[in-house]
Every structure is written in C-alpha cells, then in structure tokens.
Write a protein that binds this ligand. Sequence first.
Ligand SMILES: [Zn+2]
Length: 228
Amino acid sequence: MLTTNLGLKTVNQRENFLGVSKNDDENLVEGGIEQPDIMHNPLEGLLAQRVGCIRCGWTEGLSLIPFNCLTVSLGRGKEYDIRDCLDDYMALETIEGVECAKCTLLRTKDQLHRLLEQIEEDDNIVKGPQAATVTSTLKSSAETRLQAVQEALDEEDFTEKVLSKKCHIPSKNRVSVTKSRQAVIARTPKSLVIHVNRSVFDEMTGTLRKNSAAVRFPASIDLGEWCL
Ligand SMILES: [Zn+2]
C-alpha cells in the first residue's frame, strides 16, 4: 500500500498519507497507555463466565471478566468456612428473565412459517388483483425475513446487529428465558481479596442489618478447585 502511495503525487494522496501517519500516532499513544500494564494491579484477576440457556441449550462462549475482589454472601448459619462461600460463589446459578437470541430466532422462524402457511391458504380463497399484490408483497417480505432468520440460526450468529438489522426483530419481541451461569477463576490475582457481604435485608423491618456469623479461613487456600 505504501508503494502505491509513493507513486501518486496528488492532493488526495497527501491527505491519505496524513491520515495514515495520524493513525500511527494514535497507536503510539495507545501503546503508551498500555505500558504500565506490565506492573498491573496485584488485586486484579479474571473470572471466566459461561452463560447457557436452559430452554434451547445455547451456550455463549466464555466471557472473561476482570475483578478486584470476590464478593461472597453468607446464609443464616452461625459459622462459615470461606471455602464453602467460594463454592457457593462458583456454583451454577440461574438467572431469570434474560433475553435469548436463539430462542427469539426459533420463535420468529415458527411465526414466519405459520404466516406463510396462512398466506398460502388465503391465496386459495382471496381473489382480485389488488388483494393479490398485497399478498405477494407480504409473502416475499416474510420469505426474506425467514431466510435471514434461518441463516442466523445456521451460522449461529446471534449478535445484536443480526437480530435487529438483518432479521428485524425489535427488542419487545425478544424471548426471555432462564439461563444458567457458572463462573471460575481464569487468572488468579497476585493477592486475592474476598469480600464477605454481611449486609442482610430484613424483610420485616425493611432495614439492613449486619450478619455477624463467624467466618473461618485457613492460613493458606489452594485455589485450584475454583480455577479454570
Ligand atoms: Zn434459548
């Protein structure tokens, strides 16, 4: 690309060249900011999280989430071992009311199939040129959408862009499901901070109170059990 640029002596070429050098500067600045990463935050670790849909089984890839501390909660007991708290933290949990792109596409596919069947049935009854034009427009639009939905399902491309732009599914028509979530430590921090959440919401009084249960912890913990 540089060779082609050198061969040109037009004003446009200069602009292009300026554009390139500007980008280079930006990269340098970015590199400069990233430099301190070598001495990165000793408290920062990475959690790997996997979220899967209970209805259709679709599992998103692992997402890596940086953390500075792990916040664990306590139950109603009087005494806890921090390792049990970590077990709870990493255990499979369910999250309700989460949008599932695959379930949404599967439902839209069903709806479009039914719509096309309906059009087919109506075709045998409705006569007249005007009605026929409306039907054929509706039919071709439904077919185009069905094709887009099928492609997204085949390619397992469930990005927001595909859902809203390609398949034209507005957010109000998305399917909400229960998903399972599981997390593990993908990269341990140099120093692990465990935050024990002792705040308890008292439903009777509507106030927060402190959970004063004892939390025991060993002098050293092998984190292997909760790591990727
Ligand atoms: Zn689903």
